[in-house]
Design a protein around this ligand. Structure first.
Ligand code: GDP
Length: 478
């Protein structure tokens, strides 16, 4: 899409969202920007001041007909977003006027910018690195305050700095390994293996923390997906309603009423949570219910957290066991609902109370599973009285990594994650080789691979495919 031949063009586009608004901003970037806008308004000076807005009337040079009263702001080369000479024209909002002005600018010789071309130019001119360019996109698209803040931090170079630090540390290790090879026979002091190993280990720890942060990044961006599963009629829909705070799911006393998955987005202390209430997992001949059950399985597979629900007054564990199989590898909370019907607490812990309540009904599979669940993830709750609901909310909040997102850098983009996984694996192999005292050439090979991916992350090494993947996601005018 982008190529160097076209980079010399002066480009223009509507930079505000199309449609009706107070103002519409057109952006013109490239060496000819001012010379293309100036002929449209007689009051504009030939030598404008940078960062100054000029009020003027835009006219069609062909017939002198007035088109709009606008503010024209000039940014000199090296002091604009793109790094090129840039002119911004703030017209009255509305499709017609902004389109007319844009057409006049194009007639002066500017080309309509491609998607993301302004940001691409900022990158090509060294104003921002590739990760920062991606942050621009993520900032524009952010739909919740946490994503916006994380994206801004990325735009300000938070993540780039972490990557730079790793590059610096690995480069130091590589220099010493090279020295080890080149001057092996000479009496030159190079760092010993333990110092090199510690350098690589520290880098690997940083990278693996970033790799792990991706899941938190996804949750911050898309929300925590929580599936409520368990036998019919245990109160899943009622719990969803109570957790969400209003009637959403259909509640009846007939088993199997939730035939489809019902999903609800809520925010718990700023963390978006998507609850999925599912059909039960019981065996059935009813075709519609069968489809519902298949959807349940899929919802469980796709979820981050599984809330398995049991009716405390009538424990039915057969179906729960079906859900447990799907729970392997997931974060699980176990809710014993309808605690109002069967007082179970009596000063006992949740787990001890559960043992007592289940008594003989407990089979060995369930017992083994219960033993694995930390006590603070077992809840005695009541959708009716509200008991235990706050504890469930706190548990979910903890699962969302909301705290983590306030501190260290977090990976938001899939491209970053892919590269960081490659880096992490290469560093793990390098550590292994160093520990085994392998020949420095082998270690260097792994570190080289890691370095290449790190540079690719920052866009210091790139090919058209990477460029297209990043900038194609942008909208016009950005
Ligand atoms: P689902 O099939 O698991 O989604 O269960 P529902 O939410 O439809 O609830 C089934 C029945 O249990 C309804 O009659 C609810 O009013 C009742 N129920 C749900 N939660 C509670 C609770 O905490 N206490 C009591 N006493 N009844 C409840």
């Amino acid at each position: 899409m982008f190529n160097v031949d076209r980079d010399a063009d002066t480009v223009c586009a509507l930079s505000t969202a199309p449609g009706i608004g107070g103002i519409a901003v057109l952006r013109v970037s490239g060496a000819g920007a001012w010379d293309m806008v100036r002929p449209l308004a007689s009051s504009l000076p030939s030598l404008p001041e940078s960062h100054r807005a000029y009020y003027c009337v835009i006219r069609d040079p062909e017939n002198n007909e007035p088109i709009d009263e606008v503010l024209v702001t000039y940014f000199e080369k090296g002091r604009s977003f793109t790094g090129e000479q840039t002119v911004e024209v703030s017209c009255h909002g509305g499709q017609q006027v902004s389109q007319d002005v844009l057409t006049l600018i194009q007639r002066q010789g500017a080309r309509l910018a491609d998607r993301g071309e302004f940001t691409y130019r900022a990158f090509m001119n060294g104003r921002i690195d590739l990760m920062q360019a991606e942050a621009v996109l993520s900032l524009i698209e952010s739909q919740n305050p946490k994503v916006a803040r994380l994206s801004l931090r990325q735009l300000q170079g938070d993540l780039s700095r972490s990557i730079e630090e790793v590059i610096e540390s690995l480069t130091w290790v590589m220099a010493h390994l090279e020295a080890n090879i080149d001057f092996a026979s000479e009496d030159i002091e190079v760092a010993d293996v333990s110092a090199l190993l510690s350098g690589v280990c520290q880098s690997q720890l940083k990278v693996s923390a970033l790799v792990e942060s991706y899941r938190a990044g996804q949750i911050v961006r898309d929300g925590l997906v929580v599936a409520l599963v368990g036998p019919p009629n245990v109160g899943k829909s009622s719990l969803l309603n109570t957790l969400v705070g209003y009637e959403r799911a259909i509640v009846t006393h007939l088993p199997g009423t939730t035939r489809d998955t019902v999903s609800e987005r809520v925010s718990i202390e700023g963390v978006p949570i998507q609850f999925v209430d599912t059909a039960g997992l019981r065996e059935t001949e009813d075709l519609v219910e069968k489809i519902g059950i298949e959807k349940t399985r899929q919802a469980v597979v796709d979820s981050d957290v599984l809330l398995a629900v049991v009716d405390l007054s009538e424990p039915n564990i057969v179906e729960l066991l079906g859900a447990l199989e799907l729970a392997i590898g997931k974060e699980v909370g176990l809710i014993f609902n309808k605690s109002d019907l069967r007082s179970a607490k009596g000063g006992l812990t949740a787990k001890a109370a559960v043992d007592k309540v289940f008594g003989k009904e407990m089979n060995s599979a369930l017992k083994a599973w219960l033993d694995e669940i930390p006590e603070d993830r077992i809840f005695l709750a009541s959708a009716k009285s509200g008991e235990g609901i706050n504890e469930i909310k706190q548990f979910l909040h903890g699962m969302s990594h909301a705290e983590q997102s306030d501190g260290s850098a977090i990976v938001l983009q899939a491209r970053h994650q892919e590269q960081l996984v490659i880096v992490n694996q290469a560093l793990e192999r390098a550590i292994d080789l160093l520990e085994k005292n392998a020949s420095p050439e082998f270690v260097l090979e792994e570190l080289m691979l890691a370095l290449r991916s790190l540079n690719e992350l920052l866009g210091r090494r790139f090919d058209d495919e990477v460029m297209d993947r990043v900038f194609n996601e942008f909208c016009l005018g950005k």
